[in-house]
Design a protein around this ligand. Sequence first.
Ligand SMILES: Nc1nc2c(ncn2[C@@H]2O[C@H](COP(=O)(O)OP(=O)(O)O)[C@@H](O)[C@H]2O)c(=O)[nH]1
Ligand SMILES: *[C@@H]1O[C@H](CO)[C@@H](O)[C@H](O)[C@H]1NC(C)=O
Ligand SMILES: *[C@@H]1O[C@H](CO)[C@@H](O)[C@H](O)[C@H]1NC(C)=O
Ligand SMILES: *[C@@H]1O[C@H](CO)[C@@H](O)[C@H](O)[C@H]1NC(C)=O
Ligand SMILES: *[C@@H]1O[C@H](CO)[C@@H](O)[C@H](O)[C@H]1NC(C)=O
Ligand SMILES: *[C@@H]1O[C@H](CO)[C@@H](O)[C@H](O)[C@H]1NC(C)=O
Ligand SMILES: *[C@@H]1O[C@H](CO)[C@@H](O)[C@H](O)[C@H]1NC(C)=O
Ligand SMILES: [Mg+2]
Length: 397
Amino acid sequence: MTILFFQSQRKRYAFYFILMVLLVSIYLIEYKSFFILNDDSPIIYKEKYLTYLPHSGFNNQRIALENAIFLAWYLNRTLIVPPLLLFKGASPVTFKPYGQLYKNLNTLTKTNKLYNKNVTYTMWNWDELMDFTFVKQNINYIHCQDFNFKHLTESLHINNNSEVYKVTNSYRQQYYDDPTTEHDSLFERVNLIDLRDRNEKLLHFGSLYARVKIIVQYPENQNFRSQLRYKMLINNLMMVDIVNKIINKIGGADSFIGVHARLGDGGFARNKKRTVRKLIKRLQGDFKHIKVNNNSSCSHTKIYLATDVKKSASFLKPFFQTFPCTYVLSDFKDLLGPLKSLKNPRDDKIMYEFLKRFVDLLAVSKGNKFYQTENSTFSDYAKVLNKIWLDTFNNQV
Ligand SMILES: Nc1nc2c(ncn2[C@@H]2O[C@H](COP(=O)(O)OP(=O)(O)O)[C@@H](O)[C@H]2O)c(=O)[nH]1
Ligand SMILES: *[C@@H]1O[C@H](CO)[C@@H](O)[C@H](O)[C@H]1NC(C)=O
Ligand SMILES: *[C@@H]1O[C@H](CO)[C@@H](O)[C@H](O)[C@H]1NC(C)=O
Ligand SMILES: *[C@@H]1O[C@H](CO)[C@@H](O)[C@H](O)[C@H]1NC(C)=O
Ligand SMILES: *[C@@H]1O[C@H](CO)[C@@H](O)[C@H](O)[C@H]1NC(C)=O
Ligand SMILES: *[C@@H]1O[C@H](CO)[C@@H](O)[C@H](O)[C@H]1NC(C)=O
Ligand SMILES: *[C@@H]1O[C@H](CO)[C@@H](O)[C@H](O)[C@H]1NC(C)=O
Ligand SMILES: [Mg+2]
């Protein structure tokens, strides 16, 4: 070999020869390690997954789902979608850290009890309620049917805990697409690019609910999120049909104002009188022409009031006295009939009690204006739906 270096022609051949040997050995090392990777760490998986734990009312669950879909898209992971939990009345599954929340969800779905009390609830797949067309176009997802960690890992063929990254403090975190932005010091900051580097097969969050959970600065990310919000809408045919009938009975979409009064539980119940008083004041201020205690024929502006309390509740009296042309869901009981014959195949439960809130939500959001209750996510969503509705309505005309 040493002789070759003395002659320039041979020197060049030698260079090519060495280069080739080098390339072949790099290839072989890479090739070999590709196979070694499967039984040694760090493990690189082809399909990776992401899931989280739902809790609280419908809108808390919906916001968490939107966040999870965004993360699945951004991180290129298949989303394991938990079922939508629907309760009669307020949700007993509340905001808890990872371990306790997992235990509560698993206990509830295994025994139908929570804290030793029977709980009436049902579980639905999200895509039976909402339009998942956009979601399907942008991420892979599968539904899971319970909250059993063992079932989950078995079905993903995970047999070592090191393949799961548990984000047990997700309820304290905020996620940022731009690592250079300011951050809200109440939360722990996590940069999304760091999550992208996780090699574990499963990324398992706890709660993904917060009114502001993911802070997006980059236009492509903002665009994805706003499209998701505008396209993942309630499109269950039975409900849409009932809502249209209610609106027609009132006199058409342009004939009423939507008002949401959240008064039933917790802080909302403590504030109920103040909330009703404030709504009345705002409506009177904005609509001087609403007939007040004068003529009950309702030839002028009407109101659709969505509320989580009965029409007969004493603290609602001032509202009906001030605005006699107010309709509530129970005025349209005859139209809700189809929901009474809808059974959930999972548990044979009649869906009426669980689904009528969505009819209320959709109906109130179809008014030509919307008035909300402060701090209610149900109200926030009705407001978003009302804006989407008015945008489409105005574009059609
Ligand atoms: N039918 C009906 N139910 C409501 C209304 N407002 C609230 N609820 C019920 O109360 C729950 C509210 O929980 P959530 O959606 O998390 O909103 P939030 O608690 O107001 O932030 C809903 O899931 C409904 O079951 C309403 O106007 N009509
Ligand atoms: C799990 O994986 C880790 C890291 O890859 C390894 O050290 C450990 O031995 C594995 N445990 C089992 C039970 O296979
Ligand atoms: C996304 O993940 C799939 C595997 O599930 C992989 O085949 C694909 O190359 C990934 N795409 C990107 C852009 O990383
Ligand atoms: C709870 O449910 C069980 C089984 O369905 C029933 O036997 C029991 O009486 C219920 N308890 C209460 C307090 O309703
Ligand atoms: C009641 O309405 C009529 C018109 O429908 C109006 O002339 C009258 O002044 C109103 N009365 C009061 C007390 O507002
Ligand atoms: C209420 O208004 C209708 C028409 O808008 C009218 O025919 C009727 O007489 C009015 N009634 C009263 C009590 O003012
Ligand atoms: C809404 O929430 C804020 C912050 O938690 C609180 O200060 C305010 O009193 C609440 N308002 C009502 C009407 O509940
Ligand atoms: Mg809630």
